[in-house]
Design a protein around this ligand. Structure first.
Ligand code: ATP
Ligand code: LTN
Length: 336
């Protein structure tokens, strides 16, 4: 039965720039699944965002398919959530350009992801990567999202989206809903197992620090057992002085639901080997469950059907919003 009160809308996306990781799962994906009962959920695969960095076409195709399969395997339900491929809804790119024209270079220069790449001396930064936050704003504003669940690294982009929405509304009259980021309290930034000062990242290829959702569980266990820790020999939550152990505590707590303080008590006086082994048990159990469902999804034909249905639903909403935007700007004068 339809509830009389209109549900708030939530929207998010993940770039298929590699295989999805445990960081993506804890920081984003599993929250989409949790929220789908309480919100009108729209999730997409950001395949425009991912080509801001060169992708091997064969690998990209596989990653795309796997990303959709993993959305479903992790529990997103196409009956409750709208799931689609960003490039199937052309309005994203169109509103993205309009957002480019309403953003300033100074604002984009301040985006941490871009600044970090410049600071590292990367020279082949594409124009697409530079303007990517404008496309992300378009993704969100096209659907009048109330909330955007993301990991810590994306909060700044949602804040820029808010600024752009407010600026547009001020210039052209009320057009966009101003969204709010939703960042999980635990697990918003899972760190690399091999360098706990860095975010666990799917584009760090060949890194021992990253656990992939479709990775062999034996390999995942090995990575956890050899995760970088410290010489303190004490399981304590102290991200500053014991970043490796704190990261493992965060991973375990987010997957098991057991509060960090309780885990610290449970492992008081125990060695790192025993603690790591317990973390590995929890991670491997979660991976096994996801991988079993992934196999079912891959064989079911659900992927095509989900994307077809999702893109039709999304297109309807996006078209209406884009028409409104173009009329407000004065760049369209016909009634549609
Ligand atoms: P890359 O590693 O290629 O930079 P990414 O995984 O950071 O990519 P996305 O795939 O777009 O980027 O991220 C999807 C979602 O997962 C975002 O909400 C992001 O904040 C979250 N996320 C990514 N990595 C982590 C992490 N290590 N910990 C927590 N959340 C994360
Ligand atoms: N930029 C995000 C992925 C992304 C996204 C979005 C997230 C693209 N569009 C809209 C939330 C809402 C990233 O790289 N992690």
């Amino acid at each position: 039965m339809e509830s009389a009160e209109k549900r708030k809308r939530m929207l998010s996306g993940i770039k298929p720039s590699g295989q999805l990781t445990l960081g993506n799962y804890i920081g984003a994906l599993r929250n989409f699944v949790r929220y789908q009962d309480d919100y009108e959920m729209i999730v997409f695969i950001a395949n425009l965002h991912c080509i801001t960095v060169y992708q091997d076409p064969q690998e990209l195709k596989k990653n795309l398919r796997d990303a959709v399969a993993l959305y479903l395997a992790c529990g997103l339900d196409p009956q409750r959530a709208t799931i689609f491929l960003q490039s199937d809804v052309l309005e994203h790119a169109q509103l993205g350009f309009i957002m480019n024209c309403n953003s300033y270079q100074g604002e984009l220069n301040r985006m941490t992801q871009y600044k970090d790449k410049v600071a590292k001396g990367e020279t082949n930064i594409t124009v697409g990567l530079y303007t990517y936050p404008c496309l992300m704003a378009a993704d969100i504003l096209l659907y009048d999202a109330d909330y955007v669940p993301v990991g810590e690294d994306q909060k700044q982009h949602v804040e820029l989206t808010r600024d752009l929405a407010q600026r547009f509304n001020h210039r052209y009259g009320d057009t966009f809903r101003v969204p709010e980021p939703v960042v999980p309290q635990v697990g918003a930034r899972i760190m690399s197992l091999s360098d706990p000062s860095k975010k666990m990242s799917k584009s760090d290829k060949g890194d021992k620090g990253c656990i992939y959702l479709l990775e062999d569980v034996r390999s995942a266990r090995k990575k956890i057992m050899s995760a970088v820790t410290d010489m303190e020999a004490c399981v304590r939550f102290d991200p500053q002085d014991q970043p490796g152990i704190s990261n493992l505590l965060t991973i375990m707590s987010s997957l098991s639901g057991e509060p960090i303080e309780q885990l610290v008590q449970r492992f008081a006086g125990k060695g790192y080997g025993e603690f790591k082994s317990a973390v590995a048990d929890v991670v491997c159990a979660q991976l096994s469950e996801i991988q079993a469902r992934y196999q079912q999804v891959i064989q079911s034909g659900m992927i095509e059907q989900t994307l077809q249905q999702g893109s039709e639903q999304a297109r309807r909403l996006a078209r209406r919003k884009l028409d409104k935007v173009q009329r407000k700007i004065g760049m369209e004068f016909r009634k549609k």
